[in-house]
Structures are given as C-alpha cells and as structure tokens.
Design a protein around this ligand. Structure first.
Ligand SMILES: Nc1ncnc2c1ncn2[C@@H]1O[C@H](COP(=O)(O)OP(=O)(O)OP(=O)(O)O)[C@@H](O)[C@H]1O
Length: 293
C-alpha cells in the first residue's frame, strides 16, 4: 500500500488545458473513484500518475519505492500469445525474476478467474476475458498503487460484479485509483470520490460527505390523484413541493415536521396511498454537480 499526493497537476496541449490544477491525496489502502463525463481528463490524469505522460506543471509525490500497476482503458495484447505466455512476459517486464515469473503469472491468472484459459491464445478472448487479463497484467507484480482506467465499463453486469469483488480483495493490500462512469459501482467501492469536468476537479470527498452536501432528502406522501394532492397542499400553512399525485417534504430543520403534516392528514381523514423516504442517487448528484459547474 502506498500514499500518493497530487498537487496542482496540469496538462496542456497547445493552448488547451485538458487537466487543470488537480489536487488530491490517495491515502494508504483506500479506493478512490475518478468520475467525469467523456473528455473530462480522467485518462490524461491517470496516465500522468502512471508516469506514462509528463505533466505540464504540478507535483506528484509518492513514497520511495512505490510500485505502480496500470490498467489502460483499452488493454492490448499480442493475439498469438497464450494468456500465460503474455502474463509471464508482463511479469518479467515488471521486474519479477525470470524463474519466479511463470509461477506468479499462473497465480495471478487464477486470481482473476482465468485458470481454465491459461493456455488459450489471447486473440480468442472475449471482452470480459481481456478485461481480466488486463487486470492480471496490472497486478502481476503486486504493486502498491493500482491505477485502473475504466476497469468495469466494458463488462456486462455479471462481469462487473466479479471484477468489483476482485478489486475489493485487492484493496486490502493496495491503494487504488480507478476511473468509471458506472456510478452504482463507484458507490459500492469508494473511500473518496473525485468528480472531474473540463479538466477540473469540481467535487471531492467521501461518499457520505458528497451525499450530505447534495442529497437533499425528502419525504414523499402519495395521494390517490393529483387533485387531492394539490388541494391538500393548498390548505397547508407551509409551502411544499407538489409533483403529480405526491407532495414532498424536505428533511430539514426549518421545514414543517413529518409529525405536523401527519397530524393534518389524520385530522382531515385524508386518503393517502403511501409515505416513503426519497434520497437522490450518486448518479443524480453527479448530473446536478456537472450541470451546475
Ligand atoms: N495527445 C493529445 N493531444 C491533444 N488533446 C488531447 C490529447 N489527449 C487527450 N486530449 C484531449 O484531452 C481531453 C481529455 O481527454 P481524456 O482522454 O483524458 O478524457 P477522459 O475523461 O478519459 O474521457 P473518456 O471518458 O472519453 O475516456 C479531451 O478533450 C481530449 O480530446
């Protein structure tokens, strides 16, 4: 595991800043999700952290001897090599001694669920198998910092689930930074969220920090029809939101309490279909933050 600190990281091509003054910390043993629309600068940022691209300015600080594993968005293999031949080669390139490389490659292929495909040529691999082999290539040398560019986006739901489970296992000994646009998965494995847009960081924090800032929780009371909901809300002394056949009470200190509204409902013997708690998903928060900035 390893801590990494990024300070005012910037990359420009000609006049265009594709990454601008990015600052964040990857704490030891944490998983960070880098989220942003297409062209936000995620790949460029990951490539600079992986030392594949030099920054125009800014500083990346890592503990001495930090080993890095990198899974590119579109991993490429030599189609004529078998999975084992490829991974043994990758292990040697990553600095593993030649005599240990084969064993480490076999162990890693087993870990990523490719045990039965060890001797298959990678040219015959499905998209999901390629993604697993890409991950194997990134972790074969047991790096302390793992950088993954869209590790799950190209997979079907079952494949996504399996890779997420592998990543959670890896997180026990590795610091992970991964980009994704599948926010349900980000919600499942993240100690820190980084939202990027147009090369800039527009929101960052833990899942609960980000949710607390934007979630805007509401209680929804559903009526049999719109007219009943509208007429009820019109009789209340508080201004509440009305949408279709439901009214919405913000869960805030200054707004009327649930109890007060329920008392009015009971007093009027008003028919309702149900009451539930509504909170926005990470996806909705992301859309809101991206639209606002
Ligand atoms: N070599 C380059 N020369 C000029 N512009 C580039 C270069 N590489 C990337 N860009 C531009 O930088 C911006 C950010 O690209 P980047 O690939 O980092 O975004 P991304 O967030 O990873 O997008 P996606 O989700 O589509 O993969 C884009 O507008 C892209 O066109």
């Amino acid at each position: 595991m390893s801590r990494a600190e990024v300070e005012r990281l910037t990359k420009h091509y000609g006049q265009e800043n594709v990454v601008e003054e990015l600052s964040f910390v990857l704490e030891n043993g944490t998983a960070t999700a880098l989220i942003g629309p297409n062209g936000a600068g995620k790949t460029t940022s990951l490539s600079m952290l992986a030392d594949l691209l030099s920054p125009s300015s800014g500083i990346i600080t890592m503990a001495e001897g930090t080993t890095i594993g990198f899974l590119p968005q579109y991993p490429q293999f030599f189609p004529w090599l078998t999975a084992l031949e490829f991974l043994e080669m990758a292990a040697k390139i990553s600095g593993i001694e030649a005599k240990k490389a084969r064993l480490q490659a076999i162990r890693t292929l087993e870990f990523v669920g490719l045990a039965t495909a060890i001797n298959k040529k990678t040219g015959a691999f499905s998209g999901g198998m390629k993604q697993r082999l890409g991950l194997a290539q990134a972790i074969v040398h047991q790096p302390k910092l793992l950088l993954l560019d869209e590790p799950i986006s190209a997979l079907d739901p079952t494949g996504r689930r399996e890779i997420m489970t592998l990543l959670k296992t890896l997180q026990q000994d590795t610091t992970i930074l991964y980009s994704t646009h599948i926010l349900n998965d980000a919600e499942e494995m993240t100690d820190q969220l980084l939202f990027m847009k147009d090369g800039r960081l527009i929101e960052q924090g833990s899942l609960s920090e980000v949710k607390n800032r934007h979630a805007d929780p509401h209680i929804r009371i559903r009526f049999p029809n719109h007219n009943q909901a509208a007429s009820f809300v019109g009789r209340l002394p508080w201004k509440l939101e009305l949408k279709g056949d439901a009214i919405f009470l913000p869960v805030q200190k200054s707004s009327p309490t649930m109890q007060q509204v329920l008392q009015v409902l009971a007093f009027e013997n008003q028919d309702i279909l149900g009451i539930d708690f509504q909170t926005v998903s990470l996806e909705e928060i992301f859309m809101k933050v991206v639209a606002a900035k």
